[in-house]
Design a protein. Structure first.
Length: 593
C-alpha cells in the first residue's frame, strides 16, 4: 500500500505511515511540552497583568478604593458563576480533580473547549482578586492540550490516556519552574504511586521542554524569591518538630473547613448555582480589605499573593501582619473555593504555610534571640509542611520548595517537618483533598486490582467498580421539586436512587430522569415516594460478582441498579451501571493489548 502524501490536512495519516505509535507518542510529548510551556506562561502573565493593573487602579481611587476592592472579586465571581453555569461547567474549582476523573474514567479524553474556557474564566477569577491560584487550572488546561494532540494524531487509547500525565507534568513545570517536582507530583497525585513506566519517558521530555520554554520567555529565576542564605546545621532547626504538628493540624482544619463549606453551598438550593461564586468573591473582598486596612496595605489575601509570600520568605514581615495574612488567606480561600469559583489551592496553600512558619520564626527571633534570617528559614519550613499536610504529596513537598527557592541548606529539617505534617494529616483524614472533592461531586475513581492471568476480572466483587456516592431523588418531594434540585446541583444522570429524605435513611426505589420529566409534564403532584410505592426494587449486593451484576441488569432490562446491604436491603451503599462494567471491560482489554 503506498504511503500517504504529505499535506497539513493529511498530517495524521502521513505520520501513521512513517512512525509507529511509540515514536508518534514521543514526538507529541515534545509538542506538548512546547505548547504547555507557552500556555502556562501566557496564563501566568494574563493573571498578573490583570491583577496588578486593576488593583493599582483601585488604590488610586481615593474614597472608592475600599468599595472597589470589596466588589472586584464579587463581580468576578458573578461573571465566573454565569460562565460556569451556562458555558463551561468543568471550569469550577482547581481543575486537578477534573483531570484525574478524565484520566481514570474517560481514557484521558478532555475536550479542547474546556481548556479554552478554563483559561478565560481562570484569568477573570484570579485576576480580579479571588483568593485562589493558577497552578491547578494550568494543569487542567495543559492536560486538555496534550489529550487533544493524542487524538488529532491518531494515538491508541492507552497512548491518549498517557498524554494526560504528560500534560499534567508539563503544566506544573511551566507554572512553578520546577521540572523535577512536576514528575514526582504526577507519581504521587495522579498515579497514587502505582506508576507505569510506559509514560515516564514522555513525562520527562515534556516537563523539560516546558521548563525550557518558560525560562526562555520569563528568564531563569526561582518561582519564589526566597532567601538565598546558606544555613548551617544548628539547634534552632529543631523547630521543625513544632512546625510539623502545627502544619498537620492546621492543614486538617483547612481541608475540613473547605469541604464542609462546599457541602453547605451545594445544599443551599435556594441560591442559584451561578450566584454562589459571587458570594464567595464578596467574602474575599470583605476579608481582604479588612486585612489590607489593619496590616498597613498588604493585599496578599487577594489573588495569588506572591508579593507578601516572598516578603515572608525574606523575613521582612512582623508577627501581627503574618497573623492577619494567615487568618485572612485561610478563611478567604476556603470560602472562595467552596463557593464554586475557578482557581486552584496550590498558591494559597504555599502562602498559608509560609505565614505559619514565619510566625514561628518571628517568635524565635523575639524570645530566643536567634538571627533575623531564621524567620525566613522557618517560613520555608512552614511552606513545605503545610503543602504536605493539605496536598498529601510528601516527596513533591520537599522537592518543590528546593526547586522554587534554589536553597538546599534546609533540606533535613524540611524533610522532618513535612513527614510529621503528612502523617498527622493522614491520620486525621484518610482521603486526600482532591479525591474528597471528587467524592463530594459523586465521582469515585474506581480502579480494579491488577489483572492476574487466570483470575477473571468478572469474578471480582461489584464493590470494586460501583459508585459509592450516588445522586438521589428525595421521596418526600414531587417530580418538579426533584428536577429543580438536580438542575441547581448541575449533575444530571440517566437515573437516580430514591431515598426517604436528605439523610438517606431508607432506599425506596429507582427513577429515571425521563420518568421525572414525564411526571412533571403531567403535573403529577404526588411525592416520588408515593409514585414508587409498590414498585419492586432490583437489588445487587456489594459481594455479588461483576458477572452476576451484569446478568441481573441485562435480564431485568435496566441500565443501573442500587447496591444494598445484605443485612438491611433498604440500606443504600451505592449504585452500579452497565456503563461502569463496560468501561472496566474496555480498560482490561486495552491493558492486555
Amino acid at each position: 500500500m503506498p504511503r500517504e502524501s504529505f499535506s497539513l490536512n493529511n498530517l495524521p495519516n502521513w505520520m501513521r505511515g512513517r512512525f509507529n505509535d511509540g515514536q508518534r507518542f514521543l514526538m507529541l510529548c515534545i509538542c506538548a511540552g512546547v505548547l504547555c510551556g507557552l500556555v502556562g506562561v501566557s496564563f501566568h502573565l494574563a493573571i498578573t497583568f490583570t491583577f496588578e493593573n486593576m488593583f493599582a487602579l483601585y488604590e488610586g481611587l481615593g474614597f472608592w478604593t475600599i468599595p472597589a476592592m470589596i466588589f472586584s472579586p464579587a463581580l468576578a465571581g458573578l461573571l465566573v458563576g454565569l460562565m460556569i453555569r451556562y458555558v463551561s461547567p468543568t471550569a469550577s474549582g482547581s481543575g486537578i480533580p477534573q483531570t484525574k476523573a478524565a484520566y481514570y474514567q474517560n481514557f484521558g479524553i478532555i475536550k479542547t473547549p474546556e481548556a479554552f474556557w478554563r483559561f478565560i474564566i481562570g484569568t477573570i477569577s484570579v485576576g480580579f482578586g479571588n483568593s485562589l491560584g493558577r497552578e491547578g487550572p494550568t494543569v487542567h488546561i495543559c492536560s486538555a492540550i496534550s489529550s487533544k494532540l493524542g487524538r488529532i494524531f491518531g494515538l491508541g487509547k492507552l497512548r491518549i490516556q498517557s498524554m494526560v500525565p504528560v500534560g499534567m507534568g508539563a503544566g506544573i513545570s511551566a507554572a512553578f519552574n520546577a521540572p523535577i517536582s512536576a514528575i514526582t507530583f504526577v507519581f504521587e497525585e495522579l498515579f497514587d504511586n502505582n506508576f507505569s513506566s510506559k509514560a515516564l519517558g514522555g513525562i520527562l521530555i515534556a516537563v523539560v521542554v516546558a521548563a525550557v520554554v518558560e525560562r526562555s520567555l520569563i528568564g531563569d529565576h526561582s518561582a519564589l524569591h526566597a532567601t538565598r542564605e546558606v544555613f548551617e546545621t544548628s539547634w534552632w532547626m529543631l523547630v521543625c518538630l513544632a512546625i510539623g504538628p502545627a502544619a498537620g493540624l492546621l492543614g486538617h482544619l483547612f481541608v475540613s473547613l473547605l469541604l464542609g463549606l462546599r457541602a453547605q453551598f451545594k445544599q443551599a438550593t435556594k441560591i442559584p448555582s451561578w450566584a454562589r461564586p459571587a458570594l464567595g468573591g464578596l467574602s474575599v473582598g470583605l476579608i481582604g480589605v479588612t486585612v489590607w486596612q489593619f496590616s498597613g496595605g498588604h493585599n496578599g489575601v487577594f489573588s495569588i499573593g506572591y508579593d507578601d509570600l516572598n516578603s515572608t520568605l525574606h523575613g521582612h514581615l512582623i508577627w501581627q501582619v503574618l497573623l492577619l495574612l494567615l487568618v485572612g488567606k485561610f478563611l478567604a480561600t476556603a470560602v472562595c473555593y467552596a463557593s464554586g469559583a475557578s482557581g486552584g489551592i496550590f498558591a494559597p496553600v504555599l502562602f498559608i504555610g509560609s505565614m505559619l512558619g514565619g510566625l514561628f520564626g518571628v517568635l524565635m527571633v523575639k524570645f530566643l534571640g536567634v538571627d533575623q534570617s531564621v524567620a525566613a528559614a522557618t517560613a520555608l519550613l512552614g511552606t513545605g509542611a503545610f503543602f504536605a499536610a493539605v496536598i498529601r504529596c510528601p516527596l513533591t513537598s520537599v522537592l518543590i520548595i528546593f526547586e522554587m527557592t534554589q536553597n538546599y541548606s534546609l533540606i533535613l529539617p524540611l524533610m522532618i517537618g513535612n513527614l510529621i505534617a503528612y502523617i498527622i494529616a493522614g491520620k486525621l483524614r484518610s482521603i486526600p483533598i482532591y479525591d474528597a472533592l471528587l467524592l463530594q461531586d459523586g465521582i469515585s475513581l474506581k480502579k480494579l486490582p491488577a489483572y492476574r492471568g487466570d483470575r477473571d476480572w468478572r469474578n471480582l466483587p461489584v464493590s470494586t467498580i460501583m459508585t459509592h456516592d450516588c445522586r438521589s431523588a428525595f421521596g418526600e418531594l414531587d417530580a418538579k421539586a426533584n428536577l429543580e434540585r438536580i438542575a441547581q446541583d448541575g449533575h444530571k444522570h440517566h437515573a437516580y436512587t430514591i431515598v426517604s429524605n436528605e439523610n438517606r435513611q431508607e432506599l425506596l426505589g429507582m427513577i429515571t430522569h425521563h420518568e421525572l420529566e414525564e411526571l412533571q409534564a403531567a403535573e403529577d403532584r404526588r411525592s416520588i415516594g408515593e409514585w414508587v410505592a409498590g414498585h419492586s426494587i432490583i437489588e445487587i449486593h456489594p459481594d455479588d460478582s461483576i458477572r452476576d451484576a451484569a446478568n441481573t441488569l441485562v435480564i431485568r432490562d435496566v441500565m443501573q441498579a442500587p447496591v444494598v446491604s445484605r443485612k438491611d436491603t433498604r440500606k443504600l451503599l451505592g449504585i452500579v451501571t452497565l456503563h461502569d462494567i463496560a468501561r472496566q471491560q474496555n480498560a482490561i482489554e486495552d491493558s492486555m493489548d
